[in-house]
Design a protein around this ligand. Structure first.
Ligand code: PBG
Length: 324
């Protein structure tokens, strides 16, 4: 005689819904948005079907479409037209991101807007910081990241999201924000950001691949989860409001471990390569895109992430609202 029959709780759709442990909410999605210089352009990124780079004139109607899908949080990435050694368009008032932020906050003040804070899209060499004797110099980069964060916050960003993986970037940014009367600006730190092959399509989108070497001397090696927790704890101590694990899919163990130890919100970045991989398989007819997407996003939540930065947000919103 079987006393315990797990199948009892799986018998009908209604029973399964009743005992469901994890749910996916549109309000937990953050949509990445690429903005570029120029006029009249919305260009699709080759390796990321369905994802576009927008010039500022094309941005408002796209953002309106996100709001219609109940997507109210975005993270902005800028693609400048000029790059230099110091990445100066990252922290110039006239850079693409500050201009985008001012426009967005004027048109759609209700959007929760995060701005990625990094130098890689803006440096001629493609590294996330400034170079000294051929390697990325931590402490001089901190000053520039702090300048960028203050510029973005002044232009209307609700959240600044440092992704350069420089030591001390959260405290440098917190200090600079506070000195500039920007005490309410939220810091979402890319705390455990790994040197990953899954950023490939993003680097095409943002034109940010390093021109020599790689990012192994500042991004984490993916072999280490204890070190990831240490990075997250350091960012909490430095004053991060939200911490992030990136990428997401191959890193669910780290999200789960962090969830057990950290009591502030945890974001997971479902990165470009994770998106493209599923898109490609779906195009070939090898996977059901909608079902695989919902399964992946739900698994990221089940691991313990509160927020998910994902290129799937529009499609997922359509499915969750029953419109697909
Ligand atoms: C750096 C940054 C990167 C991503 C987000 N911020 C690229 C990198 O570190 O090379 C990757 C996001 C993705 O792959 O979707 N500014």
């Amino acid at each position: 005689m079987l006393r315990y029959r797990p199948r009892r709780l799986r018998r009908t759709e209604e029973i399964r819904e009743m005992v469901r442990e994890t749910s996916l909410n549109i309000s937990n999605f953050i949509t990445p948005v690429f903005v570029r210089e120029g006029n009249g352009i919305a260009e699709e990124i080759k390796s990321m079907p369905g994802i576009y780079r927008y010039t500022l004139d094309k941005l408002p109607s796209y953002l309106a479409s996100l709001l219609n899908k109940k997507l109210r949080s975005i993270i902005i990435f800028g693609i400048p037209s000029v790059k230099d050694e110091m990445g100066s368009m990252a922290y110039s008032k006239d850079g693409i991101v500050p201009r985008a932020l001012r426009l967005i906050k004027r048109e759609y003040p209700e959007l929760v807007v995060a701005a990625d804070v990094c130098l890689c899209e803006y440096t001629s060499h493609g590294h996330c910081g400034v170079l000294k004797k051929g390697s990325v110099d931590n402490d001089s980069t901190l000053k520039l990241l702090a300048r960028a964060a203050v510029e973005y916050a002044n232009s209307g960003a609700d959240i600044v999201a440092p992704s350069a993986m420089m030591d001390g970037q959260v405290s440098a940014i917190r200090e600079a924000l506070d000195e500039n009367e920007l005490k309410d600006t939220i810091i979402m730190s890319y705390s455990a950001k790994h040197a990953s092959a899954f950023y490939g399509p993003f680097r095409e989108a943002a034109e940010s691949a390093p021109s020599f070497g790689d990012r192994a001397s500042y991004q984490m090696q993916y072999t280490n989860s204890r070190e990831a927790i240490r990075e997250i704890q350091l960012d909490v101590e430095e004053g991060a409001d939200i911490v992030m694990v990136k990428p997401a899919l191959a890193y669910l163990d780290i999200i789960s471990k962090a969830r057990g130890l950290i009591n502030i919100p945890i974001a997971a970045y479902n990165v470009s390569g994770e998106y493209s991989m599923l898109k490609a398989a779906a195009r070939l007819g090898w996977l059901d895109e909608g079902r695989a997407m919902i399964e992946i996003l739900t698994a990221i939540r089940r691991a313990g992430a509160d927020l998910i930065i994902t290129y799937f947000s529009e499609r997922a919103s359509d499915l969750l609202r029953g419109e697909l």
